[in-house]
Structures are given as structure tokens and as C-alpha cells.
Design a protein around this ligand. Structure first.
Ligand code: FAD
Ligand code: SAM
Length: 614
């Protein structure tokens, strides 16, 4: 059972220094937080000197706390015209402050006022997992890992140039300084990485030495006589940087659009090939769809991934222009007594903040939904609806790839540049070292696999005239879904038709959709005639484990450069942004934005790897 995340509560010593009742220690030197950050953590790592003119510089911190080290590093980056093009700051925190408390703590440091207000505005909901926040047009990237160092460190995939070891006094918090934790830190160090810490404890010095660091004692900050800093002396982890930033993306739906946006943000040159005459004409072309995370009592991989993707989407979407969506809230009503008990148990055990998910009674649910409902359930206040085509267009507007609409990729061939796409007449379309297959269930036709399979599952939504459904204020789910009306249409559905290739809306699917709707809004059914309803059919691409396929399709050198971003099943709105960030981070050698176990669960080569002996 996963342990709920316990936020920190601000407390202060008599002299105003922030104090942790949990650890019985102060957060920083009484003589000043920002100055300590500069002396110990920046100075101890030879910064800003060591990052000058680098294309990327990665700092790993244990203990985000108040974030003064991050603000000091960001501020130094701002002041340094020769600073790295991209600064990654990855920080682990078991007990994060809320945004309100952080703002209050930062108010003591007016020099950081502007940066603090950006940080607090981007601050995530306090739910476990990794949260990637971007600042300075994506050139300063904070990956906040909410969890215990012991569980987070093995899940990081990065190559750190500098290490900020900041976890309270070793005597008060030995877990943070254990030899196993510091060994894991060493495994994440790049060649010649440096570290710094304010402590000079002999136990820490010894554990760092055993983990492969050369350790030096140097003058500490203010009244502290000594601190430790040094260098990693073993061969370090090395990020793989791409030799060329060029890719050919196939498919202009949510998957392909999001991949274009994330790669273009990293300076990639892109060709986007789509067989339809424009973007979002297949599965991603429904009038609207729902988005919300999943909650399960065991917080399984799907629940963790959906949480990460949900939080990522809520940060990304507001940065895009022209997207039509709403965080109107989502009410998930149980279908059975057993499901209802499961919901109660899960929410009691997981201890989520109400801003993420909470259990609501029937009356509370009715107040939120703006209508009588049959049942209470799980309320996701930040869930809602999205018009997916507007999202795809916004991605493409930002990425500005070269567009090849109305062009069907018949086959891919190896070429001197990597991969060449040809149309059905054998004419070349475009070529690039990297191909991203974002063409849903057609991906494995272009890159056949012995082990992976993707099913094509028909889905039909029904479009209800707004006048014939009550004016609900939230998305309502109970097996099926119904969305608040937008542009005069309320979407309900959807059918799930395996081995059914019919592209046209059908009466039996409308009837099925109304049966599902009857469980949610029984009183409106009488007004709806399935014979007169309009609707739309799309095809989901679904793997055996219902998880997306992201990244390299195979380890076989013959497949080098072949990447996947497909099989988004019934959750493409949710998956597209985070999966694109995972793919782009892998291609760039950036720190991964999610835990290694989650990245492995969506890895496009997983079926092949699992089938291999040993
Ligand atoms: C009925 C229904 C309801 C849904 N409701 C929701 C919902 O409420 N919430 C949610 O999150 N998700 C929902 N989904 C799922 C979501 O729509 C999909 O997961 C998502 O649209 C998949 O995006 P995609 O880009 O992978 O696929 P697509 O949008 O299908 O894009 C793939 C593109 O590749 C192109 N292509 C394919 N082969 C080639 C080729 N050889 N050459 C050139 N181009 C090619 C296609 O033309 C297409 O445009 C629903 C799906 C359906 C069917
Ligand atoms: C001294 S404070 C860090 C100060 C911070 N670097 C700053 O710049 O403000 C130490 C932090 O480590 C966190 N911490 C303690 N034990 C931890 C653990 N086992 N895993 C992750 N974080 C932990 C504490 O909650 C606290 O916020």
C-alpha cells in the first residue's frame, strides 16, 4: 500500500529561521538562507564557473525544502550571460510545502520575489511522483520528485553535473545520508561531477568516499567552520545527446502533435506526414473528450502514470494558445456497491489533497454537478473536458513542422540519412535520422513486431443537442460519460467495439450510448431518440496491457532511430503531453520526467524485451 504524502507545515525559531518540527532542525543557517545557498551549494560546486558555455547542466538536489538553493541557482543562471543553454534542476522532497506556505517563506527574501512568484504559480498539487516545471521558455527546468530519497533515487534516470546534498543534520536525519543513499547518488553522477554539502560529519565524509567521491573539507558558511565538497572519481553516467536534431513524425493526431511540440521546443527540425487533408481527423477529432486521473487502492502503474500525465497536462495546456478546454470537474460515480466500497477505501488510504481527488456524498456531488445525481463518488475538481482538435492545432501552431497533409506513408526504408518515407507510388516523402510513429494502429504495419500487438477498437460517441440534456456543470462518469454541452453539443458515449471496422455511426451504438447515459442522467432519456442522433466514430489503438507505446521499438541496430508514440487507447487527451516529454527527454538525454519503472511500463520495446530469454 503506498504511503500518503505528508506535507510540511511552516514553523519558525524565535529569530525567524524556518524550522522543521518533523526533523527538529532548522532549514538553513541562521546567518542567512540565500547567502548559504551561494557559499555552500553554488560555491562548493564551482558554480557559476563550471557551467559556463555548456549546452546543458544538470543539478541534482536531495531535499528541496524551501527551494532557496533552486532560487539561488536560477537567479545565478539569469545573471550569467555565459550560463548553460539549459539548466536542469532535479530535486527530491519527502515533505513539500504548499504553494501558499512557500510564498510565505519566500517573503523573507525579497531578492527572489519575482522568481518565487513564478515558482509558486507553477507549484504542483501535492501528490506523489515527479512533477516537471518549466521556466524561462523551457530553459530552466525543475523536476520536483515528491517522495523519499530511498525510493526516488533508484527511479531517477539522469546524469548530474553537480550535486546539492541538503537533508538536515545527519544526526537528526540519518536516512538522507546513509551509505546506500549516497551510493545511489554516485550512480547518477556524470564524469567529474562535483558535490557540496554544508555538513562536515565524518560519517558523511566516509560514506561519500565509499560511493566514489574524492572529498575535501573547506571553510563552511558564516559560523560553520567546515563543509564538504569534492568530485566524483569513477567513470560517470553519460547522457546520450542526439547527433542531429531532425525527425519525421507520422500522424497528426494528439500523439504526433504533442511530439512535434516537445521536439520543436528543443530546437528540432520536423517533417509531419499525415494521410488526411488536415490535423486531428481520426481518433483525435471528436467534438470533446474527458480528462481525469485514475485512482486505485494499490496505486498501480496506470494510476501513477495517469496522475503524472494529469498534473503535466494541467501545467502544459495553459501555456498553449487557442485550446478549448475546461477544468469544470469530473464526478466518477460507482456502478456497484463493491465499486463504491473500493472508492472509499482507496481515498481513505491514499490521503490525496482535495484539490486532486476526494469522496463526495450525493448532495455534495449534486451541488458540484449543478443537477440531481443518482450517487456520490470520486470528485476530481481539476478534471474536465477538452476539444482535442484544438489541442492538436495549438501543438502544431507552436511547433511549426513542415506539413505533408494528404500524404499516406506506405513504407519506411533505411536511407543514408536514417529513414526515408515513401508513398504508395514509391515516391519519397521525407527523410530523417529519427522517425516517430504517431500513426496509432498503423504504426506496427510500418514497423512490424513479432511480439507487440495493437488492437484497433471502434468507438462511437453520440452528440446530444444541448437543449435536450440538463445543463450539467461537470463531466459525469458511470461506466459511460457525459460532458457539459459546448457549442450546443453534449458528448456522451462511448461504444467499445472490438473487431469492428465500421467507420460510420450506427443506430445500435447510439442505443448503447443512451443505455450508458441512462445510468448517469436517467431523467433525460425520454427526450432522446436514437434514430435522430448524430455521432462520430473513431478507432482507438490498444495494447495488451492498455498502456501507451513510447520510445525505441527495438534494440535491434536495424531499427535504430525508429521511435513510437502510439497506442493511447481511451486516454489520448491525458497521455499525449507527458508521453511526448518522455520521448523527447530520451532522445535528448535529458533527465527523465517520470520514474524509471513508469518509463519502462510504457517503453515501446517492452514486449520484445519481455519475450527475450534471460
Ligand atoms: C469514441 C472515442 C472516444 C474517446 N474519448 C476519449 C476521452 O474522453 N478522453 C480521452 O483522453 N481519450 C478519448 N479517446 C481516445 C483518444 O481519442 C485517442 O487516444 C487519441 O485520439 C489517439 O491519438 P493518436 O494521435 O494516437 O491517434 P489518431 O488521432 O488516430 O492519429 C493518428 C493519425 O495518423 C494518421 N495516419 C495513420 N497512418 C498513417 C500513414 N501510414 N501515413 C500518414 N498518416 C497516417 C491518421 O490519419 C491519424 O490522423 C476516445 C477515442 C474514441 C474512439
Ligand atoms: C535542509 S532542508 C533543504 C533546504 C533546501 N535545499 C532549500 O534550499 O531550502 C532538508 C529537506 O530534506 C527533506 N527530507 C528529509 N528527509 C528526506 C527523505 N528521506 N527524502 C526526501 N526528502 C527528505 C526535508 O523534508 C527538508 O525539506
Amino acid at each position: 500500500m503506498p504511503a500518503p504524502l505528508v506535507p510540511a507545515t511552516p514553523a519558525f525559531e524565535a529569530d525567524g529561521t524556518p524550522y522543521s518540527p518533523l526533523f527538529d532542525d532548522i532549514f538553513h543557517s541562521r546567518e542567512g538562507g540565500p547567502a548559504q545557498a551561494r557559499h555552500v551549494f553554488l560555491g562548493g560546486n564551482g558554480l557559476p564557473g563550471r557551467w559556463k558555455k555548456k549546452s546543458r547542466f544538470t543539478i541534482l538536489e536531495t531535499g528541496f525544502g524551501i527551494g532557496l538553493n533552486f532560487l539561488a541557482a536560477w537567479s545565478a543562471w539569469r545573471d550569467d550571460p555565459d550560463g548553460p543553454a539549459k539548466l536542469h534542476f532535479v530535486s527530491i522532497e519527502k515533505h513539500p510545502f504548499s504553494a501558499t506556505d512557500l510564498a510565505r517563506l519566500h517573503a523573507r527574501h525579497p531578492e527572489f520575489a519575482a522568481l518565487s512568484s513564478e515558482l509558486c504559480a507553477a507549484w504542483p498539487m501535492l501528490v506523489p511522483g515527479f512533477h516537471r516545471l518549466e521556466f524561462e521558455q523551457g530553459n530552466v527546468v525543475l523536476t520536483l520528485c515528491l517522495g523519499d530519497v530511498a525510493t526516488v533515487l533508484p527511479q531517477l534516470r539522469l546524469s548530474a553535473d553537480a550535486l546539492f546534498l541538503d537533508g538536515f543534520a545527519p544526526a537528526r536525519n540519518p536516512d538522507m545520508w546513509s551509505s546506500s543513499a549516497l551510493k545511489l547518488v554516485g550512480k547518477l553522477a556524470a564524469q567529474n561531477a562535483t558535490f557540496a554539502t554544508y555538513t562536515a560529519a565524518a560519517s558523511v565524509r566516509d560514506a561519500l568516499g565509499a560511493a566514489g567521491f574524492e572529498v575535501r573539507k573547506v571553510p563552511g558558511y558564516a559560523s560553520k567552520r567546515d563543509m564538504l565538497c569534492g568530485r566524483y572519481m569513477r567513470p560517470g553516467s553519460a547522457p546520450a545527446a542526439p547527433s542531429q536534431r531532425r525527425a519525421l513524425v507520422i500522424g497528426a493526431g494528439l500523439a504526433g502533435g504533442a511530439v512535434c511540440e516537445r521536439l520543436a521546443a528543443r530546437g528540432w527540425e520536423l517533417d509531419l506526414v499525415e494521410r488526411a487533408p488536415g490535423p486531428a481527423q481520426e481518433a483525435s477529432g471528436n467534438h470533446a473528450g474527458a480528462f481525469h486521473p485514475l485512482v486505485t487502492i494499490d496505486d498501480n502503474v496506470m494510476a501513477q502514470l495517469s496522475r503524472a500525465a494529469f498534473c503535466h497536462a494541467l501545467r502544459q495546456w495553459p501555456t498553449l494558445d487557442g485550446v478549448s478546454w475546461s477544468r469544470c470537474g469530473v464526478l466518477q460515480m460507482p456502478r456497484t456497491e463493491e465499486e463504491s466500497r473500493g472508492q472509499s477505501k482507496a481515498l481513505a488510504a491514499l490521503g490525496y489533497p482535495p484539490s486532486y481527488a476526494s469522496l463526495v456524498s450525493r448532495d455534495e456531488a449534486a451541488a458540484k454537478a449543478g443537477i440531481e445525481v443518482t450517487e456520490g463518488g470520486v470528485w476530481f475538481p481539476s478534471g474536465g473536458w477538452m476539444q482535442p482538435a484544438t489541442l492538436v492545432r495549438a501543438f502544431l501552431e507552436k511547433a511549426k513542422p513542415r506539413l505533408h497533409f494528404g500524404t499516406h506513408v506506405d513504407r519506411l526504408e533505411r536511407s543514408s540519412q536514417g529513414w526515408l518515407a515513401r508513398d504508395v507510388a514509391g515516391n519519397p516523402i521525407a527523410e530523417a535520422p529519427i522517425v516517430v510513429l504517431a500513426n496509432a494502429d498503423d504504426a506496427l504495419r510500418l514497423a512490424p513486431s513479432t511480439f507487440a500487438t495493437v488492437r484497433r477498437v471502434r468507438g462511437q460517441v453520440s452528440y446530444l443537442p444541448a437543449a435536450k440534456v440538463p445543463p450539467i456543470r461537470a463531466v459525469l462518469l458511470r461506466g459511460g460519460m457525459v460532458l457539459p454541452a459546448t457549442q450546443g453539443v453534449a458528448v456522451t458515449g462511448a461504444s467499445y467495439d472490438v473487431e469492428d471496422n465500421d467507420p460510420n455511426p450506427r443506430l445500435d451504438s447510439h442505443v448503447g450510448n443512451l443505455e450508458r447515459l441512462a445510468r448517469i442522467l436517467p431523467e433525460c432519456i425520454g427526450q432522446l431518440d436514437p434514430l435522430t442522433l448524430e455521432g462520430r466514430v473513431g478507432f482507438r489503438a490498444v495494447t495488451r496491457d492498455r498502456l501507451p507505446m513510447v520510445g525505441s521499438l527495438s534494440d535491434d541496430p536495424q531499427s535504430a532511430g525508429l521511435q513510437g508514440a502510439f497506442a493511447y487507447g481511451s486516454r489520448g487527451i491525458l497521455w499525449c503531453g507527458l508521453m511526448a516529454e518522455v520521448l523527447a527527454s530520451r532522445l535528448e538525454g535529458d533527465p527523465l520526467p517520470i520514474e524509471a519503472r513508469l518509463a519502462k511500463a510504457v517503453d515501446a520495446g517492452r514486449f520484445e524485451r519481455r519475450a527475450r530469454p534471460g
